[in-house]
Design a protein around this ligand. Structure first.
Ligand SMILES: [Mg+2]
Length: 160
């Protein structure tokens, strides 16, 4: 099934084991932004995500691929994190992944897409033929109940 990720993490991105990624031959990460790395609309990292990212950027090439269309917001985040952000990505479609791969200057075998949504982040990565990692939204985010419910349905489908 196409929304089934390569790796399924029972935790948020800060629980993603960077040693495991290295051992799996991953050299570059295509990270989702909203809910995966940062709480939506906040423009800043929580302490745990900040630590995880600081470690990750020592080891991996990183690019952010987001469906967020607010360029002014993304520009501010890009500056703050000092990471290249491709916005308005229209995941699951391939065009954004193509740009991300080009930016990383790595092969498809060497990169993985990380995200909290099966139908965009994971489906997109699988269609693009790269490895994918489904994470939970950041623990620091309080999600509306309906959104959590829809996400759980998506996750249970992705798990089959
Ligand atoms: Mg997201």
């Amino acid at each position: 099934m196409l929304i089934r990720p390569t790796y399924y993490i029972d935790g948020d991105i800060t629980d993603l084991d960077q040693e495991m990624l290295l051992e799996a031959g991953i050299k570059g990460l295509i990270l989702d932004l909203d809910s995966t790395l940062m709480a939506p609309k906040t423009g800043s990292l929580d302490a745990e995500a900040d630590r995880w990212l600081a470690r990750a950027r020592e080891t991996f090439k990183i690019v952010i691929l987001s469906n967020n269309k607010r360029r002014d917001y993304l520009d501010a985040v890009e500056k703050k994190l000092d990471l290249f952000i491709i916005g308005h990505a229209a995941k699951p479609w391939a065009s954004g992944f193509e740009k991300a791969l080009e930016h990383l200057n790595l092969t498809k075998e060497e990169v993985a897409a990380v995200g909290d949504r099966a139908l965009t982040d994971i489906l997109g990565g699988q269609l693009f033929n790269i490895r994918t990692i489904l994470v939970m939204p950041l623990k620091s985010i309080e999600e509306p109940a309906l959104k959590t419910c829809l996400r759980n349905i998506e996750r249970s489908l992705a798990r089959r």
